[in-house]
Design a protein around this ligand. Sequence first.
Ligand code: ZN
Length: 145
Amino acid sequence: MSLDELYQEIILDHGRRPRNFGELDGMTHEAEGFNPLCGDQVRVHVLLNGDRIEDIRFSGKGCAISTASASMMTQIVKGMTVEEAFELFERFRKAVTSDSDGEEDLGELGCLTGVRRFPTRVKCATLAWHAMKTAIAGGGKATTE
Ligand code: ZN
């Protein structure tokens, strides 16, 4: 199995069986993200305790890439401080948009960096992250535009 195939397998698995999917009881922050190019709609629910993301879940409907990205995002940022999560978002955003093939250590998120070859898919991959940031920054609507 090539690396590309393995990555695809992981994305499909998250797309089919998203982790942390559903409403979150006791959430303190939430925001909706919408990607009009693809029709992805994702709602991110966050439970902040001080500046730590104690719990995070997502709901909504989107393509396999946006669902997989939301699923991975919730797994990874859970337990992080807000600053750590925002910093990781920046690194992830750079990794999926830059032309360089620099190997950033993003763990499982590395699976998604293949989207940089498909500019319209970049928005699918970053949608849930935008929504997470918008939620924590005060809520409302996040869009990829
Ligand atoms: Zn999409």
